[in-house]
Design a binder for this molecule. Structure first.
Ligand code: ATP
Length: 286
């Protein structure tokens, strides 16, 4: 499978935080969900890819070429939605359309106006009078209207109601029908990622914990509910998290099928992305 973006030993150091030697491949034609607790480094990673911040070390490749900030094509090829950023308040969507026509060589006014209609955005309303959801929807409309090949969405669906979120997930799935198109999508709404992501990348305190195919992840991971004695019989190599409660141990393992075959009387449940993350972040010390 071809790679859209590759990070090689990427380090970004801030005084109290380090994005720590990230090696990551984003395959073309896929949606990758980026998860992690507040402050895990998701936005920092997206900003590194966009070249908005300089790297302390490492390299980022696009189509196997090192990304240079000066590349004009790169700007045309990327659609970006960052939570917290917005258009100047004294502009309306009509004016934004004019500005974008001058910025993006492949800007498509018709697509933009179709999204405005779909998202119920009044083209004459100034963005200062938008609700949070509307401001996000406008950013999304812009990101989708210049025939980008890569979409980088940072918390793009936060603050949106379930109906609009669903619409956006559907748009993302349609977008990657073109095998040249790729999405990196950070979100705390793990159910959204479970619905649409092909890969899940998990950052924790600036480190990459895993980047895996979502279906394999959900197939392989599971929770064993057992006694302390049984817990000791599980290969520690496969234990990714542990919770103790009054009834015994809950152990997150990454070889659910093997364990349930080997121990037919054990309770081994399938799990969710949210559980996998919670076990890793909040699990008891192994
Ligand atoms: N310009 C900066 N100067 C210093 N520290 C920074 C800067 N930008 C980000 N950080 C720190 O880097 C860490 C990671 O922040 P980042 O925004 O990447 O996390 P995140 O995973 O996107 O979090 P959230 O889910 O809350 O958006 C945080 O501790 C943050 O304070």
């Amino acid at each position: 499978m071809e790679t859209a973006i590759r990070l090689e030993n990427v380090v970004k150091k801030y005084p109290k935080f380090t994005l720590d030697h990230i090696n990551l491949e984003l395959p073309k034609g896929c949606i990758m969900g980026l998860v992690g607790e507040n402050g895990a480094g998701k936005t920092t990673l997206i900003k590194c890819i966009l070249g908005l911040i300089s790297l302390s070390d490492g390299r980022i490749y696009r189509d196997e070429k090192v990304i240079s900030k000066k590349e004009i094509e790169w700007k045309n090829d990327v659609g970006v939605v960052m939570s917290g950023s917005s258009f100047p308040g004294n502009l309306n969507a009509k004016q934004i359309n004019k500005i974008m026509e001058n910025i993006y060589s492949r800007w498509d006014k018709n697509i933009f106006y179709d999204y405005l209609k779909q998202f119920h955005i009044d083209e004459n309303k100034f963005t200062k009078d938008y609700s949070t959801g509307m401001a996000m929807k406008l950013q999304i409309a812009v990101a989708f209207s210049h025939n980008a090949k890569l979409l980088l969405l940072d918390e793009a669906t936060s603050g949106l109601d379930p109906v609009v979120r669903d619409e956006i997930l559907e748009i993302l799935q349609n977008f990657i029908q073109d095998e040249e198109c790729t999405v990196l999508f950070s979100s705390h709404i793990t159910s959204d990622l479970e619905k649409v992501a092909d890969y899940i990348t998990f950052l924790h305190k600036g480190k990459l914990i895993f980047s895996e195919n979502k279906d394999e992840l959900l197939y392989n991971y599971g929770v064993v509910r057992c006694s302390k004695e049984d817990y000791k019989r599980i290969d520690p190599e496969h234990v990714v998290g542990l919770r103790k409660n009054q009834f015994g141990y809950e152990v997150m393992v990454d070889n659910r099928i093997d364990i349930s075959r080997q121990n037919r009387d054990w309770v081994v449940d399938s799990t969710t992305l949210e559980e996998i993350i919670l076990f890793q972040i909040k699990g008891d010390v192994l």
